[in-house]
Design a binder for this molecule. Structure first.
Ligand code: VG1
Ligand code: CO
Length: 552
């Protein structure tokens, strides 16, 4: 287990340390404030815990990069020294320390690496006062399983030293091959392999014809986070979209002071543009590390639950997706994709929130497409959700069907019915209050069926547990589900990506088949369900809040 048993070569140094409390990865890696991460030994401890968990025999190749936020470059230099001292043979780093999450997954798979470390706190704010994060992905290119993250957490709580070596800072801004304390470090183009992969999945000729002629105008908002260089290369260079198609394309350490969360609240620049005079035909915005994206057509945005369903229903039109093995969605994601799966006789899986739960299904060939309500969709091409991929998938469908995005969506609703969906986030809630709310719901679950709240009556309620069909592992306590007699559903869970207090998420959905009721206002349509859910959970009584902070 201990890297100590290795023959320390050259300048390897053993540094005594003490465990930090709370190095517990959440939904997507370890996320903490920059302040917390800046404590001496904090980063090194966590990286050493990862290496110890891997086992001393796994010391081949690692992939390393991040979303470019404050602390990214310095962390890369430090991690390289730890990797060398722990006996890794090679680390492949994205130039400038940059790798989007899907591009890192792509590289791990292509190089058949042992895994990768991605430095990102995704949509959490950057800068010196913002957040930092570390994600560990395994040899399949996907987020480490719960079993592995639990082992890393345990290890972080007991380790008493880490191994590092002394070396000057490595040149990260030029491609090249280096020796660092006896380990090979390759600095590589962060974009090329990923762009090449996407080129095998989509019809780039058809896309070039659509985007290159200036007939179809689009905008991609990279929100000053990692996707700028990727979107410029793919949309502007390879596909010939007009210069300026990519907005906010320069990755900045503080994301320009913004909040790179691709939703109606945070992607304001793009939303204003799409609502302005003479809007482009299509818009998209990406999150901090490039694994999620929001898609907008003229006349409105496309809810991610619907987006997954539309991709599944139209996959046969797209070169790389002629034959779907199956589909999956995270539990709080609306059941829109289930309806497509049923019509097409495809297996459909419901997993807990977080991409790690799709890994086994993808590896086992059970699914081809999967997605989450939080603007993340992806496929078997990598083992991460992939923001730009989703944008190209949409563009490819638009190019083949020669219809605007919203028209495609409307037809989809007419064919399959519409699942009205919304998520209400109560942010910065006191953790004790939030836990009490969830605990109280859990205690009352058995008594809820039959109880009426306004127009809604509870039919059944449960605490979602998932048994992985591939390895049989069980994940408990993944969210409270309330099913109403009307067919509506409400879900409660606490976020696992925040760094301060708790965020309570309430997800509501209701299915509508009536063709005259497919274009209603979402919030108004869901008001009875939202009201019933809030009353059942006692949101105001527990948190003092009467309204959510963010609605998507
Ligand atoms: C959120 C989303 C979840 C997503 C996760 C990581 O998690 O709800 O769907 O997988 O972020 O995405 P939570 O626990 O806060 O609800 V990312 O783009 O931050 O890596
Ligand atoms: Co992300």
């Amino acid at each position: 287990m201990d890297a100590m048993n290795r023959e320390p070569g050259g300048a390897v140094r053993r540094v005594e340390t003490h465990p930090f409390n709370g190095q517990k990865p959440g939904t997507s890696g370890l996320r903490k404030s920059v302040r917390e991460f800046s404590q001496p030994h904090y980063l090194e401890n966590f990286i050493q815990a990862i290496f110890n968990t891997l086992g001393a025999e796994v010391r081949g190749t690692l992939v390393l990069g991040g979303d470019g936020r404050y602390g990214n470059r310095d962390a890369i230099q430090r991690i390289l020294r730890l990797a060398a001292a722990n006996g890794f043979q090679r680390v492949v780093v994205g130039r400038g320390g940059i790798l989007s999450t899907p591009a890192a997954s792509c590289l791990i798979r292509k190089l058949e690496a042992d895994g990768g470390i991605i430095l990102s706190a995704s949509h959490n704010p950057g800068g010196a006062d913002g957040d930092f994060g570390v994600k560990f992905n395994g040899a399949n290119g996907g987020p480490a399983s719960e079993r592995v993250t639990a082992a890393i957490h345990r290890e972080s709580g007991v380790l008493d030293h880490y191994l590092t070596c002394d070396s000057a800072a490595l040149e990260l801004d030029r491609d090249g091959c280096h020796d660092l304390c006896g380990m090979q470090v390759d600095v590589v183009d962060p974009v090329a392999d990923y762009a090449d992969l996407l080129e095998t999945l989509f019809d780039f000729d058809a896309l070039r014809e659509m985007l290159g002629g200036g007939r179809f105008r689009m905008r991609f908002d990279a929100m000053h986070a990692v996707t700028g260089p990727y979107a410029r290369e793919i949309l502007e260079r390879r596909l010939g979209a007009a210069q300026g198609t990519v907005m906010n394309g320069e990755p900045l350490e503080d994301f320009g002071g913004g909040h790179p969360d691709p939703n109606l609240a945070h992607a304001r620049d793009l939303v204003d543009l799409m609502n302005g005079n003479d809007p482009p035909a299509f818009g998209a915005a990406s999150d901090g590390d490039g694994d999620r994206s929001m898609v907008l057509g003229r006349g409105g945005y496309i809810n991610p639950c619907d987006s997954l369903a539309v991709l599944a229903a139209n996959a046969h039109l797209v070169r790389g997706y002629g034959d779907l093995a199956g589909v999956a969605r995270s539990m709080p994601t609306s059941r829109a994709v289930d309806r497509v799966a049923e019509a097409r006789k495809l297996p459909c899986y419901e997993t807990p929130t977080g991409w790690k739960f799709f890994g086994n299904l993808l590896d086992d060939g059970r699914i081809t497409l999967c997605g989450e309500e939080s603007f993340g969709t992806g496929s078997s091409h990598v083992r991460e959700k992939d923001g730009l991929w989703a944008v190209l998938f949409w563009l490819n469908i638009i190019a083949v069907r020669r219809q605007p995005a919203r028209a495609i969506l409307r037809e989809h609703w007419r064919q399959f019915g519409r699942d009205y969906f919304t998520r209400h986030d109560y942010e910065g809630v006191d953790s004790v209050d939030a836990e009490a709310l969830m605990a109280s719901l859990r205690e009352r679950l058995a008594g809820l069926p039959g109880q009426a709240y306004g127009e809604e009556t509870v039919e059944c309620a449960d605490d979602f547990a998932y048994e992985d069909p591939v390895d049989g592992s069980v994940s408990q306590g993944q969210g409270i589900r309330l099913y109403f007699k009307s067919g509506a559903r409400a879900v409660f869970r606490l976020s696992g990506t925040g760094t301060a207090g708790a965020t309570l998420r309430l997800y509501c959905e209701r299915y509508e088949r009536d063709p005259t009721l497919l274009e209603l206002d979402t919030q108004r349509t869901l008001a009875p369900v939202l009201g019933a859910a809030a009353a059942i959970a006692g949101i105001e009584a527990h948190t003092g809040r009467t309204a959510p902070d963010v609605i998507t």
